[in-house]
Design a protein around this ligand. Sequence first.
Ligand code: DQA
Length: 144
Amino acid sequence: MKKILVIHGPNLQLLGQREPGVYGTVTLAQINAQLKKLAAKKKVRLTILQSNIEGALVDALGKSKGRFDGILINPAAYTHTSVAIRDAIAACGVPAIEVHLSNTHAREQFRHISLISPVARGTIMGFGPQSYYLGLEALIGILS
Ligand code: DQA
């Protein structure tokens, strides 16, 4: 059974109440429940982590080699700032797919740059929670 690490970055624990005009009203718990449902159907095992702490995400990525076959990550605000998370993804060598709820290119200039995209296998953005579900399918696709 393939093992997938799902990482949610900072402030995503607030989904559902956080800027609903941008991020919608679906909660992180609901997204995780749907991801688990899809994973069960596709017979993959998910481990899900949310943290607001950059170092916790770097630690998890650093331990991922040998433990996980793939990574689904929404690095949230760290997308635009974190060389450490980018380097951790590059270093671990585990294929990672980057997802975003919003279309960051249609938003403020500072969100147009992703430090993560160059080390991700692909990026899916702009489809709300569906970005995660499409990302999981794509990841399973490249792992099988
Ligand atoms: C986000 C986009 C980021 O720019 C933002 O900082 C987030 C969420 C998204 O999923 O749309 O926190 O990653």
